[in-house]
Design a protein around this ligand. Sequence first.
Ligand SMILES: [Zn+2]
Length: 254
Amino acid sequence: MPHPRVYSTEGIILRRTDFGEADRILTIFTPAYGKVRAIAKGVRRTTSRLAGHLEPFTRTQLLLASGRNLDIVTQAEGRERLEALRGDVWHATGAWYVAELVDRFLEEDDPHPRFYTLFAETLRRMEAGAQAHEETRSWLALRFFELRLLGELGYRPNLHQCVNCDTPLRPEENGYSPDLGGALCPACLHLGARRVSLNALKVLRLLQTSEWEALPAIRIEASLRNEIEPLLRATLRYHLDRDLKSWSFLNDTH
Ligand SMILES: [Zn+2]
């Protein structure tokens, strides 16, 4: 979609790169225009009116002008700064990870309003987790985000029938294959699949179908976390066809 000559939009900064002496190039996720790249001129000077309003994860009201290569940020006003999240290494790393996923999965100028809402809500959940010093709920918020992202982009894994022979899965240990798009029954496990326990499958199904507010307070043991996390990561990696930088940081902070 071509951008208007001047346009006002809400947006969340996904990434920023220093440019020239005092500028920054920003990658911004917006509800109506999708992912947009823009330059913020002079923003690294302490006198800049924009400084402080264009931090990563900040939900910002922006005024942008279309440019030949990059749009130009002319005004910015931060609306939601997520301070607790920034102050906690585990939560900040999680937020970087979520932002990197958005950045990698989305092409520029491809609007995805529901995906934007999911992203904004995930950051808010991470902020609440950081405020409460509560990692379990935030860990769930990350997995919820991953599964919903896959659904939003048309990669929803099938967790109810075997993706090879279509048999409804029974309550037992089954298989899972990122390449084939979901779970496999025991008879089809020979297709080189990972194993997935009944408990892991139950949590994945719950995250895939339940609204966030309706999720029960599930207690997730470390062994279960260590089963679910790599499984989703393998699925994302399969669709992205590459690794994410933030994965190595996430592993370090566990
Ligand atoms: Zn099967």
